[in-house]
Write a protein that binds this ligand. Structure first.
Ligand code: SF4
Ligand code: MG
Length: 332
């Protein structure tokens, strides 16, 4: 997938006619049922744009989106509509995604109707509502159905948003920072819920986060994104315990405490440690990380590194792994 946004308006950012923000460049990933894939990166790295491209909320500049190997391109077609049912997006802020003037019952009933799962009788609808709220562990259902979003806690609102996504009976959940606006104390509960749903419903989950420690805890596979490109990927355990790409190492080193998932202290990365992300209007040539990389070599400034296999469980887009030659040992 590739997504370039044209730069509009006046000002210093407009460097030349046809300037574009290179938000996403050549990002290739596969999601699989029953697996959580984490997409990790700093804010502005393009990870939300990837989710929006997959959800068809934005049109791509290049590339393709396939479901079960079939291209989903023609907007409005039957295959496109089926795709939009199969792939549901959960946003960071459940308060913004729920309408404040409507009850939980309204939100869920509407979603069930839209997707044709409301049943034929009032009783079947009631059963479907109870089932949805049960799945997200808001029980008994009667206690929640009449409530408005402001009468729920942040965690409860996110559970309602998840229930609404489930009303479509999706195969894929795209969860964009689903817990980062929630109280630290309830983050783990929502992640555990998503993990259980993944198991029960055999969902493919894309978990977007800036918190690499939570990826280790929650995701089967972890992909690391930097300045619009994927730079490393593999089994979460391997990528987070022995990161190969210099950027992933920096990301882990600047995360306050990898053992304390979701604690207040590690809610945000230390932006100073990470340094400045590059301009995406004129991204650096070669490896986009080279201006910040402690291992940068001559070729890094001109040649874009392809993916190199580091081990059977991990790859990195970094010249240090060319010809399988390993990175200097013991460096971070
Ligand atoms: Fe650093 Fe070069 Fe690897 Fe980029 S390709 S991360 S600049 S060593
Ligand atoms: Mg984002």
């Amino acid at each position: 997938l590739t997504k370039h946004f044209p730069v509009r308006g006046a000002g210093r950012d407009v460097l030349r006619r046809g300037a574009a923000v290179h938000a996403v460049d050549d990002v290739a990933l596969s999601l699989h049922r029953g697996r959580v894939t984490a997409l990790v990166g700093e804010s502005g790295s393009g990870k939300s744009t990837v989710a929006r491209l997959l959800a068809q909320l934005q049109t791509r500049t290049g590339g393709a989106v396939r479901l079960h190997g079939k291209d989903v391109t023609v907007h409005g077609g039957r295959r496109f509509r089926a795709y939009c049912r199969s792939v549901q997006l959960i946003f960071q802020d459940p308060f913004a995604s729920l309408n404040p003037v409507h009850t939980v019952r309204y939100h869920l009933t509407r979603a069930l109707r839209v997707h044709g799962h409301a049943g034929r009788t009032a009783r079947e609808l009631e059963e479907a509502l109870t089932d949805l709220l049960g799945r997200v562990r808001l029980t008994p259902a009667e206690q929640y159905l009449a409530k408005f979003p402001h009468e729920l806690s942040g965690g409860q609102r996110q559970r309602v948003a998840i229930a609404r996504a489930l009303a479509a009976r999706p195969e894929v959940l795209l969860a964009d920072e689903p817990v980062s606006m929630l109280d630290v104390s309830i983050r783990l509960g929502v992640l555990n819920l998503l993990r259980d749903l993944k198991e029960q419903l055999s969902l493919a989950v894309l978990y977007i986060t800036h918190d690499i420690a939570s990826a280790r805890y929650f995701a089967d596979e972890t992909l690391v994104m930097y300045a619009g490109r994927l730079v490393e990927g593999g089994e979460s355990e391997t990528v987070t315990q022995s990161p190969a790409h210099p950027y992933t190492r920096l990301l882990i080193d600047s995360a306050p405490d990898p053992e304390r998932i979701g604690s207040a202290q590690r809610a945000e990365l230390d932006e100073d440690d990470l340094g400045e992300p590059p301009s995406l209007v004129t991204p650096p040539a070669g490896c986009r990380f080279h201006p910040r990389c402690p291992h940068a070599m001559e070729r890094c400034t001109t040649e874009l590194p392809p993916r190199f296999e580091v081990s059977g469980k991990q790859w990195a887009a970094c010249w240090l792994y060319d010809n399988g030659s390993p990175a200097p040992a013991g460096e971070s």
